[in-house]
Design a protein around this ligand. Structure first.
Ligand SMILES: Cc1cc2nc3c(=O)[nH]c(=O)nc-3n(C[C@H](O)[C@H](O)[C@H](O)COP(=O)(O)OP(=O)(O)OC[C@H]3O[C@@H](n4cnc5c(N)ncnc54)[C@H](O)[C@@H]3O)c2cc1C
Length: 292
């Protein structure tokens, strides 16, 4: 899928854009599992997949290897890329590899500090912020990639206030980003307040909301703690009502995600990006419910 087609899909008023996020597997067995999940989801009407990029450059090769496999399966791919530990020259080389691997787009990210570090420290010949990476991608391969950036409905944890955070988001879009994918959130009001702030700051590109069917209360607390997303009390109550029954909790997670996705589309979101955690079951149920 070309950049133009991907952007057209994101902007289509006819049907919502649906994407799913994978992370690169740690070993060959995980790779087989991941590609099986991709094969299961492909016929369900996903527009594209995205594949994360690990901190410290650890999964550079696996993002390219498995991204290329997804492309070969006919799944348009957005490869994530972070500034962590990379010089500009290294980032340029990776952009070239993404080009050769047939990726449709790049999600340009700063990345989080590597394990053991609290603050982000830019490579001496690299970038301190995602905005510079957006510019590099545009300069290295003009018009080749659909370029996405991250947005944070509940504000980026390092940001001092909402306005500053949105100003920086607007900076990434002015630098050339074609769309925004958001951090996961579990309360749609957080997304719509974020979209209002973004529009007020002049951001007019599609803002694709990120949702995650939670697997259990324990998993949600761990994951949301990591990305600083709030778990609404109503969801906690629904999950707690299941007691220790993990399958019942997973079903609650799917049902919450279905209600979120319906609410998002009803109020004008361009689609939804699903954090599937490399698992098919909840995503299959989510898409089936939404089709019904
Ligand atoms: C959809 C999505 C996908 C992700 N995928 C990955 C992944 O694959 N790999 C990974 O390691 N991480 C990933 N992350 C996590 C992300 O890398 C971290 O959240 C990181 O801390 C911020 O990245 P960013 O691109 O938003 O950074 P930036 O946009 O650079 O922002 C980082 C912080 O700096 C501030 N800021 C931005 N620009 C400026 C500026 N010009 N001057 C001063 N301050 C500024 C922002 O307000 C923010 O507080 C993802 C996040 C999301 C939402």
């Amino acid at each position: 899928m070309s950049r133009t087609q991907l952007i057209a899909a994101l902007r289509s008023p006819v049907r919502p854009t649906v994407s799913v996020e994978f992370f690169p597997p740690k070993d060959a067995e995980g790779g087989v599992r991941m590609l099986k999940v991709a094969a299961t989801l492909k016929p369900l009407g996903i527009d594209f997949a995205s594949l994360t990029y690990g901190a410290g450059g650890t999964s550079r090769d696996t993002t390219i290897t498995y991204g290329a496999e997804l492309v070969k399966m006919g799944i348009p791919l957005i490869g994530h890329l972070t500034c962590v530990g990379h010089s500009q020259a290294e980032l340029s080389a990776i952009i070239e590899q993404y080009d050769r691997a047939g990726f449709s787009g790049i999600l340009a990210l700063r990345g989080d500090p590597p394990k053991g570090q609290t603050d982000f420290v830019a490579h001496p010949e690299g970038f301190a912020h995602a905005e510079s990476l957006v510019r590099l991608i545009g300069a290295a391969r003009p018009g080749r990639f659909a370029v996405g950036v991250a947005g944070f409905p509940e504000r980026h944890p390092d940001a001092t206030d909402d306005l500053a955070d949105i100003r920086f988001l607007a900076g990434k879009v002015s630098a050339g980003a074609d769309f925004v994918t958001t951090q996961l959130f579990l309360d749609n009001d957080d997304y719509f307040r974020f979209v209002d702030r973004a529009h007020a700051a002049g951001v007019s590109v599609p803002i694709l909301p990120g949702i995650m069917p939670v697997l259990s209360l324990k998993q949600a607390r761990t994951f949301c703690g990591f990305c600083k997303a709030r778990i609404p009390d109503a969801l906690v109550r629904e999950l707690e009502a299941c007691g220790p029954d993990e399958e019942a909790q997973r079903k609650v997670g799917v049902s919450w995600a279905v209600r979120q996705a319906r609410g998002l589309i009803a109020r004008g979101a361009p689609g939804y990006h699903v954090y599937i955690l490399n698992k098919a079951e909840s995503a299959v149920e989510l898409f089936a419910e939404l089709r019904a």
